[in-house]
Ligand binder design. Sequence first.
Ligand code: PMP
Length: 409
Amino acid sequence: MPAWSSVRDDFPTLHQSVHGKPLVYLDNAATAHKPRAVIDALSHFYARDNSNVHRGLHELSMRATDGYEGARTRVARFINAAAPEEIVFTRGTTEALNLVAASWGGAHLKAGDVILLTEMEHHSNLIPWQQIAQRTGATLRFVPVLGADAEDGLDLAALDRLLTPEVKVFAFTHASNTLGVANPAAALCARARAVGAISVVDAAQSIGHELVDVQVLGCDFLAFSGHKMAGPTGIGALYGRRTLLNAMPPWQTGGGMVAQVEYTHATWKPAPERFEAGTPNFADAVGLAAACDYLDALDRTAIARHDHELAQLAADRLRELPGIRILGPRTQRTSLVSFALPDVHAHDVVTFADQDGVALRGGHHCNQPLMRKLGLTSTARASFYVYNTAAEIDALVASLRRIQKFFAG
Ligand code: PMP
């Protein structure tokens, strides 16, 4: 049973030095570290139960199938889906969003329809919609991001003008990976529903940091990645309402997803199998279920408090640095803070911080149009998770002071 007092002991990767300094890992929005419980679940699976799932009638295959389908049930419970069949395992958020855009979009969108997005979408919730718009003749519309004065939030007043009956889908991020902004997802889903549009929530940056309940959100689809919630890489999920999933054509085809195959045609199983062609990533699904157990044992409300408080503290401390521009809200910050130092490129910030053992991320964070809109080419980003501490913020600030001194000559 994990305990907050010893949470760092659960994560083996944290206990190392980088360039002779203790590692301060603040790149959790890119990927989070894995607790021993997840690593053990993976190694136990490979050491004891490994076998292909579903069609096997021998002991190991049945154990593997139980592990895989048990993981589906666990993930369904983690996000309060109505049934395990509403969980389609994918490689992660990107694949889940591509699946919805291509399958649902390909079947339902036509010229004259509108896909509503926001200006703060990660490329993976933008480009799949661009692609399906080009294929179907639908057009894209964007909820604007207000400027720094409005703390980089969405222009929710614009929804009255934007959410017209032509809008068939509203896809938006639950929490921005660049701004530290959380969007009012339940309200946005309700607004979409009111005009007959479906809602798609990108939960990549919220899933590991707070309680995400699809029934409270009222969303039609929700996408997330395991690796950002202390689970393995290469596994994630698409949640979809059962009726919607079962009315969608397959996205990829092959073994495992068929009901009946003839030489010239085939029929499909219902969801979720319909969307899981080929050998699925069953081992990492077992690891993902272990991550769900780990986070629930820590208590996701407590995780939210911890991560949000640390990011807020970091933002408040960073304001001490002369000339710094901090994106996003002054209060109510999610688990990250992204910033630009005057006259120092974000890549230099990250490279210098690395010399102090501080792991940050710098760049456009897969938000190129947003960066352009904000008049920036890149930012440095510090992002927090369950194992980070206030002392690590001291290390971050000290490192950034050193960088500013160096570049001031
Ligand atoms: N959306 C958001 C908001 C993200 O932060 C990320 C990951 N940076 C993604 C989508 C894509 O996630 P993945 O690379 O795990 O598919």
